[in-house]
Design a protein around this ligand. Structure first.
Ligand SMILES: Cc1cc2nc3c(=O)[nH]c(=O)nc-3n(C[C@H](O)[C@H](O)[C@H](O)COP(=O)(O)OP(=O)(O)OC[C@H]3O[C@@H](n4cnc5c(N)ncnc54)[C@H](O)[C@@H]3O)c2cc1C
Length: 414
């Protein structure tokens, strides 16, 4: 039986990026994915590459806001109450980390990782002939408190020379003359970029043809083979595969597979929705976030993608039409031409964000099985952070110096 240097379980943005950097270093790589390579969280997301998102999901104020949102059937955030030990532990850790001290702890690591990833996204776009828009992101706010908060974030962003700038409604009219905006103001984060994530997922594997990488679909890994405390292989269907190292890049599905090794990982799936509007009344010149509604607006070739909501309902990819309508309804308050009436019948896509409780990804070797490398937990930043994570995993496996400090992404921290 052929033995690979590395088997990567999961062919989302993290798995494919990891394959690319390992393959480029001459490692023989097998990527196994349970899907067919056309869908999953890495395809239907908003396509933001966002260094501006250095404040982790577990941020001050989110708990009180989350509790208020829980009362509404159409709010952008929901946790399905379940008597589930894992969810309770995750929730407890999330609440514990929603503090200014934790933001201070996490922000440098997240900013450095996402700035590195932005550079890598641009290199990959160049190499694989993919389009990438380095046009920034406008955070649009309708209330004073949110605008004040975003201006504070812009101040913090100066630390990494992100060049963020606040705009009045009059200035916004000049910046976005083709769009009707009903907002109190906005903040432009010029270092943010965006692209079509599905195009990235389809183009990147084309680079694999020249590399020792095999990509295999419809291969759900269901178990591991062990020898003397080391993983030697995996089982997918009737087939067994062997390798020296194994990368777990299964996104939200990581805890389920780790149970096979008697390992626990506090990770919850955060379901989100997106719709593509192919006949938009008007098209933004750059990407937006509608801040209070937590909706992303991305101009993509031939369409505008609208994405939002965060539902913690387990590994459940079904579409809750009421909640999807909730996010679509919230848009017209900001963009009066984007009426619910025009959006309500568009097909809705759903994806599961792999959310760690402290808003930091898990990247590194498992302490019990040293040849198992975790690469998940990127929550709403996974598309941004895929390439940098892939590069770091390559460096970990080849025992090279890490491009950025990885101690805060330690996968054994719980
Ligand atoms: C609505 C929405 C909008 C978003 N917008 C953005 C954005 O603008 N910018 C951003 O940075 N991030 C965004 N995200 C988050 C981002 O999409 C995710 O963080 C990212 O896709 C996670 O990538 P991944 O490779 O870790 O996981 P996934 O993309 O989920 O890939 C994991 C893969 O593992 C496979 N798999 C699982 N279990 C097994 C198994 N047992 N055997 C074999 N294969 C298996 C799955 O089939 C899947 O292909 C958004 C997410 C959503 C839902």
């Amino acid at each position: 039986m052929k033995k690979y240097d590395v088997i990567i379980i999961g062919g989302g943005v993290v798995g494919l990026s990891t394959a690319y950097y390992l393959g480029k270093s001459g490692q023989s790589v097998l990527v196994l994915d349970k899907g067919n390579g056309t869908d999953g969280c890495s395809f239907g997301n908003a396509g933001f590459i966002s260094p501006s998102h250095f404040v982790p999901l577990s941020a001050p104020g989110i708990v009180a806001k989350g509790l208020r949102w829980m009362m509404s059937r159409t709010s952008p955030f929901y946790i399905k109450p379940r008597l589930n030990k894992e969810l309770l532990k995750w929730g407890w850790e999330f609440v514990k980390h929603a503090t200014p001290t934790h933001v201070d702890y996490a922000k440098d690591a997240l900013a450095e990782l996402s700035l590195l990833s932005r550079t890598l996204h641009n290199q990959l776009a160049n190499e694989a002939n993919m389009s990438i828009q380095n046009k920034g992101m406008l955070m649009l706010c309708r209330d004073e408190a949110t605008l004040a908060h975003e201006i504070e974030v812009a101040e913090m962003a100066k630390q990494w020379d992100m060049g963020a700038k606040a705009y009045t409604p009059e200035e916004l009219k000049k910046v976005e003359p083709g769009m009707k905006l009903n907002v109190l103001g906005g903040v432009m984060f010029p270092l943010d970029s965006y692209t079509d994530p599905a195009a990235f997922m389809q183009q990147l594997p084309k680079l694999f043809n020249a590399l020792p990488i095999t990509l295999a679909f419809s291969k759900e890994v269901t178990d591991f083979t062990l020898s003397k405390g080391t993983i030697t292989g995996v089982t997918a269907g009737q087939a067994h595969y062997q390798a020296d190292n194994f990368v777990l890049a299964t996104g939200s599905f990581a805890p389920r597979l780790m149970k096979k090794l008697n390992l626990n990982l506090p990770l919850e799936a955060g379901k989100g929705y997106s719709v593509d509007w192919t006949t938009p009344t008007s098209v933004p010149t750059t990407s937006y976030i509608l801040a209070e509604a937590r909706v992303a607006v991305t101009p993509m070739p031939g369409r505008v993608r609208l994405a939002g909501t965060m539902e913690l309902v387990g590994l459940n990819e079904s579409i809750n039409k009421t909640r999807a309508n909730g996010f679509l309804q919230s848009i017209e308050a900001y963009l009066p031409e984007y009426t619910f009436d025009k959006l309500k019948n568009l097909p809705v896509w759903a994806g599961l964000r792999p959310c760690s409780p402290d808003g930091l990804p898990f990247i590194g070797r498992n302490k019990q099985f040293k040849n198992l490398i975790l690469a998940t937990g990127h929550a709403m930043m996974g598309f941004t952070l895929g390439p940098a994570t892939g590069l770091l995993v390559k460096e970990i496996i080849l025992e090279e110096k890490n491009s950025v400090a990885i101690n805060k992404f330690e996968p054994n921290r719980y």
